[in-house]
Design a protein around this ligand. Structure first.
Ligand SMILES: Nc1nc2c(c(=O)[nH]1)N[C@@H](CN(C=O)c1ccc(C(=O)N[C@@H](CCC(=O)O)C(=O)O)cc1)CN2
Length: 290
């Protein structure tokens, strides 16, 4: 019988452990960690994610500072806000919710965030540090996937992991993290010729392509552990339904463990944002290590 990995429950544990450490910092008279959340425009899904980030910050004891800007805000106004947040003693972590509206240069904006406060781990300095195995702030979604994989499998060394997708936010950092854990890593993408045969070699399969139910049972090795990062909204009988990049019903009988959508990777993304905010705050306070 396959295990359905309960991302909500794991996320709850992660947030509880962050909350405990934050409480200890505050008891010691140190400043409560602060997270600045910047939302530009009115994308409906982004509004939900930002609301959840602010609610989870409260649960973790982290002060959140929300900045909502109109979709037609100028690039300069947004860059000036980031400069102010970089300079603020009250702010330990900064995130700019993606995607940004058309007309804003995402690369330029993400590069303006101080690497020390880049709790999304998207700044090139953090990307470089991760791929070199140096201390860094690690992107939240792949970090969440790694925590669930380690809980499920323990030591990942020697496992063959196939990452489906090569985005900067998930695919590439996921591959770097798995390599750090001594996995044999294959990254497949839209131009890969024999995706199904490569996936069939995977002990671990992480799907992050944004294509509804693309991965089928016939692609999988018996007993694989499958992490589904996809969140694709569909309309079924007039109701909004979320499906992943993995055909969950088809794959369930073949896998040893699998994450559901919703309730798998999504909650872990937000929990790891709390973890990163705590790590950033502690480093700014002069603590060494994590
Ligand atoms: N600055 C960032 N922007 C974006 C990131 C990111 O990590 N940093 N990731 C995604 C969106 N995202 C977080 O921002 C995110 C997506 C989904 C979930 C989640 O909990 N999903 C639920 C379902 C929620 C629903 O009903 O829609 C689930 O899977 O159970 C959390 C965070 C892109 N942008």
């Amino acid at each position: 019988m396959a295990t359905i990995i309960d991302g909500k429950a794991v996320a709850f544990e992660v947030v509880a452990s962050v909350a405990k450490e934050v409480a200890t910092l505050v008891e010691q008279g140190l400043q409560r960690p602060g997270l600045a959340v910047v939302l530009v425009g009115d994308d409906a899904a982004s509004q939900v994610y930002v609301r959840n980030k602010i609610r989870t910050s409260e649960q973790a004891g982290i002060t959140s500072i929300e900045h909502r800007l109109a979709a037609d805000v100028s690039q300069q106004t947004l860059l000036t806000l980031i400069d102010e947040l970089n300079a603020s003693d009250q702010v330990n972590g900064i995130l700019v919710q993606l995607p940004l509206p058309d007309g804003l240069d995402e690369k330029l904006i993400l590069e303006r965030i101080s690497p020390a406060k880049d709790v999304d781990g998207f700044h090139p300095m953090n990307v470089g540090a991760l791929s070199s195995g140096l201390p860094s702030l690690v992107p939240c979604t792949p970090q969440g996937c790694l925590i669930m994989l380690q809980q499920q499998l323990g030591d990942l060394s020697g496992k063959h992991a196939v990452v489906v997708g090569r985005s900067n936010i998930v695919g590439k950092p996921m591959a770097a993290l798995l390599l750090q854990q001594s996995c044999t890593v294959t990254v497949v993408h839209s131009r890969t010729k024999n995706i199904e045969q490569l996936c069939a070699q995977a002990d671990i399969l992480v799907a992050a392509v944004g294509r509804p139910e693309m991965v089928k049972a016939s692609w999988l090795k018996e007993g694989a552990v499958v992490i589904d990062v996809g969140i694709n909204a569909q309309e079924v009988d007039g109701k909004r339904k979320l499906v992943g990049d993995v055909d969950f019903a088809d794959c369930l009988a073949k896998v040893s463990a699998i994450t559901p959508v919703p309730g798998g990777v999504g909650p872990m993304t937000i929990a790891c944002l709390m973890q990163n905010t705590l790590i950033a705050a502690k480093r700014q306070l002069g603590f060494s290590g994590n």
